[in-house]
Design a protein around this ligand. Sequence first.
Ligand SMILES: C[S@@+](CC[C@H](N)C(=O)[O-])C[C@H]1O[C@@H](n2cnc3c(N)ncnc32)[C@H](O)[C@@H]1O
Length: 355
Amino acid sequence: MRSGPSDRSASGIGAATERDRPQRHAHVARGAHAPLPQDAQRSQFATELLAGLARRPRSVSPKFFYDATGSALFDRICELPEYYPTRTEISLLAERAGEIADCIGPDTDIVEFGAGSSRKIGLLLAALQRPRRFVPVDISGDYLQAAARRLRDDWPGLDVHPLVADFTRAFALPPPIPLDGRGHARRIGFFPGSSIGNFAPAEALRFLRRAARLLRGGGLLVGVDLVKDPAVLHAAYNDSQGVTAAFNRNLLERANRELGTDFDPGRFAHYAFYEPVRQRIEMHLLSLARQQVSLCGRRFEFAAGETLHTENSYKFTVDGFRALAIRAGFAPGPVWLDRDGLFSVHWLQAPGAPS
Ligand SMILES: C[S@@+](CC[C@H](N)C(=O)[O-])C[C@H]1O[C@@H](n2cnc3c(N)ncnc32)[C@H](O)[C@@H]1O
């Protein structure tokens, strides 16, 4: 199930009045930012891929999945029958929008980390009182700008301020929004899609600590995938249509397009499995033969069966995630789960927030 801003079911239990909500077709707010120079992104990709191919076991950050092709493939993954996280999280956001809006409060400046096509934010916007600005942050520049244009059309009263940035590094947010004589709009983070699970535990703690500082006085709404039957997890990352495989292989195709590598994607298998000790899905590209690849004048040999590790997706228990949030400086608030206990949405109060 996908929901856009036109899905008014989300407002059914919303706490906001019609007058308080951003209205359609009032005025179009502008705030586009120039994307990071392609060259800077390319050279970072080259540097990190070189390091990743040189180390053993070989690995590269999942952030490099997301060029325009990768972002479009991810949206297709979200539609797959096996991929329960997106539809479960959307249902939770739609059903509990009113309670969530009560936690978040009025007059907010919302920052979405890894916004992609920004499909989920409309469910919150429909329920929130006077959201003042939406700052979608993503590394996939063209995709982000296109999503921001759609949002401006759908929510003309809202200031949409896209920011092309890597959220694993420090980046500057636009200045706070003053509220006539009443301080500033509260900064709220939105981090859906269980992207928090793509970090190793120490990185997740670092990200959450930085978010707690950035969101001081506000809070973070975060979607977290839960530990469950490995068969359900296995199916979600090994879909029958091969879309996840295409998403994984796109990393090699992107390297060929942008960096002039000579990967033969057909000679790498998509290989994803649940690792129960670390409670994570691991995604790899597995070499089907002995082969060589060249990057920036260096040659790397893959033995048959050797892999390039492309993604982890950690799964959490509710208590485990709340403990992590506390270590990062947040005060965990309500948590919402679907009936089958597949997925969770957590409200975390940042330091300095009124309780
Ligand atoms: C799993 S998708 C989630 C998309 C969307 N938020 C959702 O819930 O459906 C991850 C998103 O984060 C973005 N992303 C991944 N790594 C990133 C990074 N280091 N900095 C900024 N954006 C990143 C990707 O481009 C992608 O849009």
